[in-house]
Design a protein around this ligand. Sequence first.
Ligand code: FAD
Length: 459
Amino acid sequence: MSNIIEKDIVVIGAGLTGLTTSFYLQKNNADFLTLEKSDKVGGVIQTENENGYIFETGPNTGVVGQYEVVELFENLGSLCEIETPGKLVSKRYILKSGKWEAMPMGLGSAISTPLFTFADKLRVLGEPFRSAGKNPDEDLASMVKRRLGKSFLDYAIDPFIAGVYSGDPAVLITRYALPKLYRLEQDYGSFIGGSIKKSFKKKTPEEMKVTRKVFSVKGGLSKLSNAIYKSVGADKFILGAQNIKSEYVNGKFEINFTNSNNENITIKANKLVTTSGAFSLDSILSFVDNDSIAKITKLKYANVVEVILGFKNWNGMKPDGFGGLVPSIEKRDLLGVLFMSSLFANRTPENGTLFTIFLGGMRKPEMYNKSENEIKAIVEKEFMSLMKPSEFNPELFKINYHKNAIPQYGIDSGERFDMVDKLENKYKGLIIGGNLKGGIGMADRIKQGKELAERVCGF
Ligand SMILES: Cc1cc2nc3c(=O)[nH]c(=O)nc-3n(C[C@H](O)[C@H](O)[C@H](O)COP(=O)(O)OP(=O)(O)OC[C@H]3O[C@@H](n4cnc5c(N)ncnc54)[C@H](O)[C@@H]3O)c2cc1C
């Protein structure tokens, strides 16, 4: 390989965002290269296969919450197959007073559920008539308390936010973290009224395909990243690209890095698209001054510990649903449990049962610093008490520590977005993507990945 390469576009990062960007760049016959520091693609999406168990070490499921998800799978055709769980597993549990309670799915169960107080159930009837909030920077906890009441915050939103953001609703700002919820209040004056009105709106054919169903991929999520990689072509990627730094010279980017053979490479490019996390940008965008880049890199990420348990003969609580979430008010060590073998078939040896557990997050950051033995002891204690097997004898026990796992869209988000705009205007051809904006879920990442490709190609 020559040590100086000329390209129109360089993309940094081959997680789901960078892969999707690469996919649409390739579809548009763009002249590009994607640089990835790891020796494999997929970023946090990594599926493993051990002794008949197929398990995720990062995200486990996505939601078909954006049309771009459907479109991507359609484009990939037979290269990978989307998998959605059956209706039977739509049940979700919330822990209350140490006992799993099913989240209400209809009016009857909403009235009878012990999760919410009687006063708050009555209060919900008044929600459509409550006036909209005036503070655009209101945090999620205040907004939910104001509109629905404290028990809805404690036993619905708080565990939901633990499941999605590993975050704290008192820190997340609604308009950044849950923009659709924010818009319901602002546009319709009510969550309930707005949802009803929106459901009567005529949908475009694309919107009809946004089912909001949970999805994975047959054989695990890595099949999706590998399908994109295969479709784009390995020659469009440089894996194992270390110490990426860039300069902005006469309106062009010079991207320098060391390849897996320890050679120093320079790529001269007209456009540079970043899709790696905020924390990586001070070294990658080395031409940007410290004060400016700090407005982006100070974004807080939750560290998460993910534990995978596989049982040969499970005799505890029947995992008849999606999983269970633990509200912070319950003061437990787990954030939640996913019933993976109930969600998707063929992920275990015959009669096996597979669980994924999350610990840490913003709620218990100290978990990230615990040793494997300490995590094992915590998981065993919590699992015996919450899932009630007669003994704790998993044949699969995996622990994954995720540093900088989930970005927390807090009060500093506006300043961060302004700085992204400012830098993109100042350095023509620079596009800063990744999960520092545009949503954290896989569907948001796919949507943004496509948008980045469209922007950099100018269409
Ligand atoms: C533990 C965990 C559980 C999750 N669970 C879910 C879930 O259930 N559902 C859901 O929808 N979402 C979930 N998410 C979120 C979702 O997985 C992510 O938002 C999404 O996969 C991120 O994709 P990305 O490409 O933006 O980032 P990443 O996957 O982080 O990819 C960024 C890539 O950039 C590379 N990179 C970083 N720095 C550099 C550098 N200096 N030079 C070159 N390359 C670099 C990295 O190696 C990586 O490959 C979860 C995330 C985590 C961490």
